[in-house]
Design a protein around this ligand. Sequence first.
Ligand code: UTP
Length: 286
Amino acid sequence: MVPVAGLGTRLLPATRSQPKEMLPVLDKPVVQYVVEELAAAGIERVLFVTGRRKRAIEDHFDVDPELPSLPPGEGVEILYTRQPRPAGLGDAVARGHGFAGDAPVVVAVGDSIIEPGPGDSPGSLVRRLVEAYFSADACAAIAVAAVPDALVSRYGIVVPEAKVIAMRAQSPAFLASTVLEKPDPSETQSRWAVMGRYVLGPSVLQALRHTPADASGEVQLADALRAAIGAGERVVAVPLTAGERRHDIGTAAGYASVFVRYALRDPRFGEELRGQAAVLIADAGG
Ligand code: UTP
């Protein structure tokens, strides 16, 4: 499930009439990276949760006889449902309960690209989440990465259980004692931030449908996960590997940074661009 119904207010005016998830990183929109990642993980059906002003996403994935077909081509069936108003990521995910049925579902936020580490294959993070979900007998598996103190209040934060139990030999996955939504860094010692990829089981989707909106009017995934842990279920966290990166394009700074990163590495023109870097930086006053 790929939620793409948010307003993208932090990227205004770019998002007045177009979805932030359609912004290109080089010559490919962000959602295309997300679908390719899911296909690489073996996913065969993707449900987009869309909203107002998001029609460009449907157009993008349409079959157009005049254009070459998109990777992964016919390997992935793409479906759409709509979130009537942007009432939070939790509410968007709850819209997919019929799609998921009694099975767990992979959730990948549509405004983030996962860049595999040097030793990782594409789709590796989602595969590790699925494996952790089943091997921990969990109701949810969440991708996490450590963030500096100053960024804690911008993320959902997973607090590990006091006694960290190795899920499997060599596995860095750990069980969560709670999940906090954008806490003050003084509220917790944990720096494990949620990284936009999840596996959610039927009990969490069910809980989300009954989770009330918070003070800002949004249904938070963290609230449903906390309720599940409180009811005795397990939530497992899966850290990104050392070289794996989550690129959130939801702010101009995040978008600019991933664009430059991918441009500098592009096999078509990256080398030439790197050759100009000194001039570009000097011209920028640095
Ligand atoms: P964000 O909270 O980063 O997106 O959601 P936003 O609300 O669009 O951003 P701002 O704060 O206004 O700038 C992460 C992902 O979840 C989706 C978004 O589209 C994005 O891909 N989302 C968010 C929904 O589908 N529905 C929502 O109600 C909120």
